[in-house]
Design a binder for this molecule. Structure first.
Ligand code: NAD
Length: 497
């Protein structure tokens, strides 16, 4: 029997401010319907500017008190690692919430909870590796210290597609650095982020260090980005909102770290291992219904093997099971909401209108139903077409062809984005040339979407600013303070020279 089912009644959530769960000052709530079932699954506080300001004040007071940053790295490690354990212990509950709110398949949500917990474990180790540096090479009477100090209050704003996973790419690392935080999850998927409050309390985090406020971009996100008391914004979401955030963050020149959209190419050379890449392409484009910044939504294949690749990808895509996200065997669940569903359908229609050939999906024999969209594949896509350049955020694959490596690079880079890319070839020279020329923060060679907490992730061009994960991610949340100490100080005379 499937142990995952719809709730009898919606889960009631509250904001988490200064260690306490509370309703919004407005006393109003908003609701979320499961996009796969049309059933209300959660009720959340409709937070106001005042709620957000209260959370910012709590984070600021906690930061100034140094109750978190003055702990030893070893003590911060213990608490962050405990949180990892609690996430793991509660993973079924957390995964179910995410599936109900987002429509993602339950089997995938379970994997994501493990992945998230793994990042908390990794971040715990970073807490013990903050050491700064010393320079004794600037004169025999001078010692310079480069101290690492936490940046302060970090506002974290997250999207709906991987709620707990994305906050886990930010929060534990900021905590390892000694920062405090105010978090605004997406209004579509706030559940698991709000539960982080009780998880962190149980792990032993002091009150006020992490505060979580549910609500809309305006006012909650805007209040965070415009606040003079927030020292940094770490944002994951659309490039469009990222640009707005940069503008409002200029009010106090707060640091901004951005993880934005992508239109990620995979270039396939004739010598590639075709058996290995077919499943990777299908996984890359339909994972999370294609609602993934890393979606491998553009295949750029050498014309000599294009027909074989197209036919095999189409055949394999027909076996991808679409349906109820609570069914453990489903691979494509529901699209997040009607707006996104309409946006994807419009993109598909624009592909048809601009002359690409629809080989699988809408209008080619597979029914679309409610917020469900089945695997959709276009061939004969030209680089100028919208479906070749714009992020669709749905299960839609565009296949383009190339003759020379130079042409492949030109097509791959013909987009404002630069998040990730893939190269399929057995030839080392070709692979290395491609990794140098492709404009992307991550390049996968003969695989797609591998990722580890140890390896940095982020985008070039309009896909982002800064990097998450990896050993240097902690530096994003720290300032370097240079301290210069003169030994045996002799009086100088600047006036007389
Ligand atoms: P979005 O930009 O619409 O919203 C993201 C968050 O910003 C939400 O919490 C939203 O409420 C908030 N927000 C909206 N307007 C705001 C404003 N003016 N000021 C402050 N906050 C505001 O993005 P989305 O639709 O939730 O997510 C999809 C997008 O996220 C896609 O473009 C995807 O590529 C991107 N994404 C990127 C990564 C990455 O790591 N690069 C990962 C996941 C998603």
């Amino acid at each position: 029997m499937n142990q995952f089912s719809l709730p009898d009644k919606p889960h009631q959530y509250q904001n988490f401010i200064n260690g306490t769960y509370k309703t919004s000052i407005s006393n109003k709530t908003f609701e979320r319907e499961s996009p796969g079932h049309g059933v209300t699954v959660g009720k959340y506080p409709l937070s106001t500017k005042e709620d957000t300001e209260e959370a910012i004040t709590a984070a600021k007071v906690a930061f100034k008190s140094e109750k978190w940053s003055s702990l030893t790295g070893a003590d911060r490690e213990i608490i962050i690692r405990k949180a990892a354990g609690i996430i793991r212990a509660r993973k079924k509950e957390l995964a179910l919430i995410e599936t109900l709110e987002s429509g993602k398949p339950i089997s995938q949500a379970l994997d994501e909870m493990e992945w998230a917990a793994g990042i908390w474990d990794y971040a715990a180790t970073l807490a013990r590796h903050i050491a700064g540096d010393v320079n004794t090479n600037v004169g025999s009477d001078m010692t310079a210290m480069m101290q690492k100090v936490p940046i302060g209050v970090v506002g974290m704003i997250t999207p709906w597609n991987f709620p707990l996973l994305i906050i886990s790419q930010k929060l534990p690392i900021a905590l390892a650095a000694g920062c405090t935080a105010v978090i605004k999850p997406s209004e579509m998927t706030p559940g698991t982020t709000l539960l982080l409050g009780e998880i962190l309390k149980e792990a032993g985090l002091p009150n006020g260090v992490v505060n979580i406020v549910a609500g809309y971009g305006d006012p909650v996100g805007v209040t965070l980005t415009e606040s003079l008391d927030v020292d940094m914004i770490s944002f994951t979401g659309s490039t469009e909102v990222g640009k707005q955030i940069v503008k409002s963050a200029s009010v106090n020149l707060k640091k901004v770290e951005l993880e934005l959209g992508g239109k990620n190419p995979q270039i396939i050379f004739p010598d590639a291992d075709i058996d290995a890449l077919i499943d990777a392409i299908v996984f890359g484009v339909y994972f999370n219904m294609g609602e993934c910044c890393n979606s491998g939504s553009r295949i750029i294949v050498h014309e000599d093997i294009a027909e074989e690749i197209e036919n095999r990808v189409i055949e394999h895509s027909k076996d991808v099971k679409v349906g109820d996200p609570l069914d453990p065997s489903v691979k494509i669940g529901a699209i997040i909401n009607k707006n996104q569903y309409d946006k994807i359908i419009n993109c598909i229609n624009s592909g048809i209108a601009q002359g690409a050939e629809l080989k699988l999906g809408k209008d080619s024999g597979i029914d679309d139903n409610g917020f469900y969209i089945s695997p959709t594949i276009f061939t004969k896509v030209q680089p100028h077409m919208d479906i070749a350049k714009e992020e669709i955020f749905g299960p839609v694959l565009s296949i383009l062809t190339f003759k020379t490596a130079e042409e492949a690079i030109e097509i791959a880079n013909n987009t404002p984005y630069g998040l990730s890319a893939g190269v399929w070839t057995k030839d080392l020279d070709t692979a290395m040339l491609m990794t140098r020329k492709i404009e992307a923060g991550t390049v996968w060679v003969n695989n797609w979407m591998s990722g580890y907490p140890e390896i940095p992730f982020g985008g070039m061009k309009q896909s982002g600013l800064g990097r998450e994960l990896g050993p240097h991610s902690i530096d994003e949340y720290m300032e370097t303070k240079s301290v210069l100490i003169k030994m045996g100080a002799k009086p100088g005379n600047w006036v007389k020279g």
